[in-house]
Design a protein around this ligand. Structure first.
Ligand SMILES: Cc1cc2nc3c(=O)[nH]c(=O)nc-3n(C[C@H](O)[C@H](O)[C@H](O)COP(=O)(O)O)c2cc1C
Length: 203
């Protein structure tokens, strides 16, 4: 059972919870799930992470890139002056959510030893955040793949780390990989979901 009652009996005061164990800073967590198929393995990792963070008392929102229209960044760099993108599609809302989150979580299937194209496209379209007063300080990366070897998610994690490194106030705070899952929903019952929950609970 994925449950945690740690901060249940606390008083909530503008983003803080005051309980027996001291002051707890309530974080705004945005989880971006980038698999475009339903019942996706990486999406379930994301859901368990989100459940853990919620159980610890954080404000959590999960956004899926499924059914979203997000065009490729064309590299015009206009956003570096305007802090906006001249294109308007579903990236607008997601980028705005990214701007105001304390914690970002990216969940991706491994495609050819890399992150999904959907996630990469979203990260590129988040370029207006670079000159902005973004709030996020911690980023987590979750990945699922068919093969179950250590090297399988490394390029994806390294790509995400590269994105995070560009945002000097932020750091890659943790990664979690589930290998050995190919079909939709195959991750169900996998003990790694508990690890994802615990990771979310500990942020
Ligand atoms: C285009 C494509 C490329 C893939 N490349 C890899 C790969 O390089 N290594 C691997 O282990 N699995 C690979 N897979 C399998 C997926 O990573 C695996 O099915 C995973 O569970 C998908 O995650 P999801 O359910 O979150 O979408 C690939 C799947 C697709 C569709």
């Amino acid at each position: 059972m994925l449950k945690c009652r740690e901060w249940q009996n606390c008083t909530k005061v503008s983003g803080m919870r005051i309980g027996k164990r001291g002051v707890f800073m309530n974080k705004k967590v945005l989880v971006i799930s980038s698999s475009l198929r339903k019942n996706a393995n990486s999406e379930q990792l994301a859901a368990s992470f989100a459940d853990g963070a919620r159980a610890a008392g954080h404000d959590v929102e999960v956004v899926s890139l499924r059914d979203k229209e997000i065009r490729f960044c064309i590299g015009c760099f206009a956003c570096q002056k305007t802090k906006r993108c001249f294109m308007h599609d579903d990236a607008d809302v997601i980028r705005e959510k990214m701007l105001h989150a304390d914690v970002l979580v990216f969940a991706t299937p491994i495609y050819y030893y890399e992150m999904s194209g959907a996630l990469k496209t979203m990260l590129d379209r988040a370029n207006p955040l670079y000159p902005s007063d973004y709030r996020f300080r911690e980023v987590y990366a979750l990945a699922a793949a068919a093969e179950n070897e250590e090297h399988v998610p490394q390029r994806a994690f390294s790509g995400i780390e590269g994105w995070v490194e560009c945002f000097e106030k932020a750091k890659l705070a943790g990664t979690l990989f589930c290998g050995g899952v190919t079909d939709m929903g195959e991750i169900k019952e996998n003990p790694i979901l508990q690890e994802a929950f615990d990771m979310g609970r500990k942020i």
